[in-house]
Design a binder for this molecule. Structure first.
Ligand code: A3P
Length: 339
């Protein structure tokens, strides 16, 4: 059952959900009796249809499912938190607007605006407004983002020809990044003390992480990318690190805007890769001191920490690494996916 603190505070998202008249009573009843776990920013996370969301994102997800109308030309960046969302947003933005904003331009939007601002998260936006405005970019189409698992995407995503691009990352690096991020967010927004790593790790291994379980989220997009490769492109953080230009060409091909010979010769691919690299983005003033969401004024610097592959070695014991690997290997068995 939902707790009194989730239900009664006037700004509580669960409270807003229960007040919203367009939802059937049955749905409201089923939501308030969902299984729950302790949350990071709100008292609880709820298990909705197999996935963990706090009241803010659950409210946004339900509204998004009900109201979001996908358009054929939409591109949606779909990620589990901490798997490379910010990077993929930057890459997709730079790629899809490269005619309008040549990457060599001193006034390129990525130099002064956070990737989080340039490509807005759908469920976060819906948690604030019933009809958020997702503007077209200069080319007449929208680029959006979501942390929702494939199973919770709005129906219109499947009724339209919109394209989904997903990036995932090794589970051990993801849990480390998640722990740092969530603790910083708690401290910055609420002044709360840090949750120790072993506790976070244990919950992660039980699947109880935001938008998790990790494996179910990742497998949803992975399987769909195999069955429906024209609809879903599945990328790996480590592969983009290894060969950013190769992956950029894959993304461009998937989106139907491959690089021309002239662009190849002009070094456009390398230019996008360099502009969106960790070193470049994390050193920009906007990403060091700027803030994105005025509704939740967290610093853009929260989205940039180390940007490295293998940082888990500084946090996980051998025993922890084996435990998480075994869980994920077991879940991925026979799917052809390894991270
Ligand atoms: P670390 O915490 O391991 O450093 P998300 O954008 O999904 O929230 O993921 C954040 C993670 O991606 C963080 O990982 C962050 O440092 C890293 N990251 C952000 N921008 C990046 C970039 N341009 N290139 C590589 N990694 C990046």
């Amino acid at each position: 059952m939902a707790s009194p603190s989730d239900l009664n505070t006037s700004n509580s998202f669960m409270h807003q959900f229960l007040q919203e008249s367009s939802y059937p009573e049955e749905l409201k009843q089923s939501i308030i009796s969902l299984p729950r776990e302790e949350g990071w920013l709100y008292p609880h996370m709820y298990n909705y249809k197999g996935f963990w969301l706090d009241s803010e994102f659950l409210h946004g997800a339900l509204r998004c499912q009900k109201h979001f109308q996908a358009q054929h030309s939409d591109i949606i960046v779909c990620t589990l938190p901490k798997c490379g969302t910010t990077w993929l947003k930057a890459l997709v933005f730079a790629l899809t607007t490269r005619k309008q904003f040549p990457v060599s331009q001193q006034t390129h939007p990525l130099l002064t605006t956070s990737p989080q601002e340039l490509i807005r998260n759908m469920e976060f936006s819906y948690s604030r407004e019933i009809s958020p405005d997702f503007p077209m970019n200069g080319n007449g189409f929208r680029v959006l983002s979501t942390h929702l698992p494939l199973e919770l995407l709005p129906k219109s995503v499947w009724e339209s020809k919109c394209k989904l691009i997903c990036v995932c990352r090794n589970q051990k690096d993801t849990v480390v990044s998640y722990w740092h991020f969530m603790n910083k967010l708690r401290a910055e927004l609420l002044g709360l003390e840090a949750i120790p790593f072993p506790e976070t790790f244990d919950r992660y291994c039980r699947g109880a992480s935001m938008f998790g379980p990790f494996w179910d989220h990742v497998l949803g997009y992975w399987k769909e990318s195999l069955e429906n490769p024209g609809k879903v492109l599945f990328l790996k953080y480590e592969e983009i690190k290894e060969e950013p230009e190769v992956e950029l060409r894959r993304i461009a091909g998937f989106l139907g805007c491959p690089f021309s010979e002239e662009e190849e010769e002009g070094g456009v691919v390398g230019g996008i890769s360099r502009l969106c690299s960790f070193e470049s983005l994390s050193n920009l003033e906007v990403n060091k001191t700027g803030k994105t969401y005025h509704e939740r004024p967290a610093g853009n610097n929260l989205f940039f920490r180390k940007g490295k592959v293998g940082d888990w070695r500084n946090h996980l014991t051998d025993e922890m690494a084996t435990r998480l690997d075994q869980i994920v290997d077991e879940k991925f068995k026979g799917t052809g996916l390894n991270l």
